[in-house]
Design a protein around this ligand. Structure first.
Ligand code: 5RP
Length: 223
């Protein structure tokens, strides 16, 4: 069976040209994009600079010999390729299943072009079946958790190996089980204004292209 994650990762790498500053996403789909960029550097002499979105992707990129800069060392990123957990017909989406939403959003927000690579299962009519990750500072996190409970957001702390998961920026993640997000922009505004929230996984208006893996070949959907 074709590996659809590999298929879209390789397709997305075609949008990367010599001299570009490239945002390297995080997750099991972005993994294949990063591998392909590494291959092109080794085999084709591709000359790019990568900006990573997690410690995991940094480790992978280093192993592949991809030259890296931090987001602080560049003014902008030419193109970022990343996975997503859900994408709606307006190209809004949920990210953060892998816990890297903060770095992913900082890099995406500084990118001239953002491409998401997904399989068909990630395309939804309405966001919210996937629990919305909200990255929060550790101080006051239990208090914030109770506030989300009161609002009926069905929160749960992200766990790993029996402990509360700690992000690369040393924050916690509270996942909100919302089922259906009727107004993503309104919810994003509310979370942006909530003290203690560092970032949330609603990505609104950041994406120009989605590449969808299909058995018959990748489909490119443009905005
Ligand atoms: C990590 C992410 C990932 O991009 C998202 O979870 C999709 O991952 P995968 O390609 O493994 O399904 O947002 O924080």
């Amino acid at each position: 069976m074709t590996n659809l994650k590999q298929q879209v990762g390789i397709k997305a790498a075609e949008f990367v040209k010599d001299g570009m500053i490239v945002g390297l996403g995080t997750g099991s789909t972005a993994y294949y994009f990063v591998q392909e960029i590494g291959r092109r550097i080794q085999e084709e002499g591709l000359n790019i600079t990568g900006v990573t979105t997690s410690s995991g992707t940094t480790a992978q990129a280093r192993e592949l010999g991809i030259p890296l800069k931090s987001i602080d060392e560049v003014d902008y990123v030419d193109v970022t390729v990343d996975g997503a957990d859900e994408v709606d017909p307006s190209f809004n989406g949920i990210k953060g299943g892998g816990g890297a939403l903060l770095m992913e959003k900082v890099v995406a927000s500084n990118s001239k072009d953002c491409i998401w690579i997904v399989d068909e299962s990630k395309l939804v009519d309405c966001l919210g079946s996937f629990k919305l990750p909200v990255e929060v500072v550790q101080y006051g996190a239990q208090n914030l958790f109770r506030k989300f409970q009161t609002k009926g957001y069905n929160p749960s702390f992200r766990m790993k190996d029996g402990e509360i998961f700690v992000t690369d920026q040393v924050n916690y993640i509270i996942d909100l089980d919302l089922k259906k997000i009727q107004d993503a922009e309104k919810l994003a505004d509310e979370l942006d204004r909530t003290v203690g929230v560092v970032e949330h996984g609603l990505f609104i208006g950041l994406i120009s292209k989605v590449i969808v893996g299909r058995p018959e070949g990748p489909e490119i959907i443009e905005k």
